[in-house]
Design a protein around this ligand. Structure first.
Ligand code: SAJ
Length: 393
């Protein structure tokens, strides 16, 4: 259920491992694209894997579920409103959509990153209402996806998997399913621990990036190069500071910690603050650019990179994109945008890196795509450089 960044690679992988897979999505365009053997997202190796799964007849896409031994739910779990409450409507809709097809003995697996209690409080009750006894005639488990965009196909197979059922029988059934195609360890726990394990992994990373981002602002106030500082501090055997940037993006780190905050608002103080620090970083960068632009008569501002992280073409929750959009709203000068991974972008005309460097007075480096690794301070010596990623040192 859901043919996005997780569902499609999972369906394609299973299809090439001999499983019969029906990939269900609400979008007719996506269903048509996949049945024609094409992909609608960019991920290394996915096009070949999908083609092979579809051509073998093992994978087909459909708008409607079918009777299946295993139902895997991999739909978006965004947040809503200014209080960042989890928006579970797609998970709820998916469970309701499969109910008419569920039979005794079936296994329902939630892969979507979800708040603690989703299996027990949302999925199991819908199945119980339909007349099933969960743990006896249908089984429910959470197995969070933990793959890194850009490495999805490798990590789907090689990563260890945490599997937590709403009861022991569900845990064992789900673990046995994943053992069929995962080469990493498949570790058993209960549903709530599996749900929180995924949320805490991403919160751990978010908190650590917030530490680096806070340091970068402290360094800026004190005229210290944060990247040199981190390199030096990381020589300590028990210190490992992550890299600062223009903010934290993607649909994982910028979202998941809020699910913990929503359920434990009084207790999750550090996790909330880390989110706030990371969310405030784009505005801090915008202010820095505005201050630099104020010194020029008709500033041309060149922005390098708009995706949420290097070497992916994904714009979801991208702090770089947010920065460029805010600069445009402020109307402080001409904005020229380049991105090494994008051929086109709805929001802006894209220029080549060379054109941007040639024409701009201020160069803002927002994403450290590998194509920018050769940029040197010497090449930009006539420009004002605002480097949020520490590429030009
Ligand atoms: N970032 C920094 N500094 C760093 C590392 C990352 O600013 O030192 C920024 C990136 O630029 C990006 C954001 O953080 O804007 C997130 O990037 P990421 O590479 O840390 O993570 P994601 O969102 O692509 O994938 C994460 C992964 N989680 C962890 O590493 C704990 C991945 O394993 C998860 O499967 C994925 O979230 C997910 O789907 O939840």
């Amino acid at each position: 259920m859901g043919l996005g960044y997780i569902g499609l690679p999972t369906a394609s992988l299973l299809g090439t491992k001999g499983y019969q897979v029906v990939g269900v999505d609400v979008s007719p365009d996506i269903v048509e694209t996949i049945n024609a053997g094409h992909i609608h997202i960019v991920e290394p190796g996915l096009d070949i894997l999908l083609k092979s799964a579809v051509n073998s007849g093992n994978l087909k896409a459909s708008l409607e579920p079918e009777a299946s031994d295993v139902f895997i739910i991999a739909v978006p779990t965004p947040f809503k409103g200014e209080h960042h409450e989890p928006d579970m409507r797609y998970v709820e809709q998916s469970v309701r959509a499969i109910v008419p097809y569920v039979e005794k003995g079936n296994l329902v697996i939630l892969e979507s990153t979800s708040p603690v209690g989703t299996c027990d409080e949302i999925i199991a009750p819908v199945l119980e209402d339909a007349g099933f006894t969960v743990g006896e005639d249908v089984f429910v488990a959470h197995c969070p996806e933990r793959v890194l965009p850009g490495r999805i196909l490798i990590e789907l197979v090689e990563n260890d998997r945490i599997v937590g059922g709403v009861d022991q029988a569900s845990t064992e059934k789900a673990a046995s399913f994943y053992s069929g195609f995962v080469s990493g360890d498949v570790i058993q726990t209960d549903a709530k621990t599996a749900e929180l394990s995924k949320l805490c992994e991403n919160s751990f990373r978010d908190v650590n990036i917030a530490f680096a981002n806070e340091l970068s602002m402290i360094c800026d106030e004190n005229g210290i190069d944060v990247w040199e500082l981190i390199e030096l501090a990381n020589r300590h055997p028990r210190v490992n500071i992550l890299q600062p940037g223009p903010g934290v993006g993607g649909h994982c780190l910028a979202v998941d910690p809020w699910f913990i905050v929503d359920r434990s608002p009084e207790t999750a103080r550090l996790i909330r603050t880390a989110r706030e620090v990371n969310d405030s970083k784009p505005d801090w960068v915008v202010n820095k650019i505005v201050r630099a632009a104020e010194k020029l008569k008709a500033p041309v501002i060149g922005c390098l990179g708009i995706t949420y992280k290097p070497d992916v073409d994904d714009l979801r929750e991208s702090p770089a994109l947010e920065i460029v959009q805010k600069l445009q709203e402020k109307g402080i000068g001409e904005i020229l945008v380049s991105d090494a991974t994008l051929r086109s972008c709805e929001a802006f005309d894209l220029y080549s890196m060379e054109e941007v460097i040639d024409k701009a007075d201020i160069i803002v480096l927002l994403v450290n795509h590998s194509q920018y690794a050769d940029l040197t301070a010497n090449m930009l010596k006539e420009k004002i450089v605002i480097d949020t990623r520490g590429v030009v040192r």
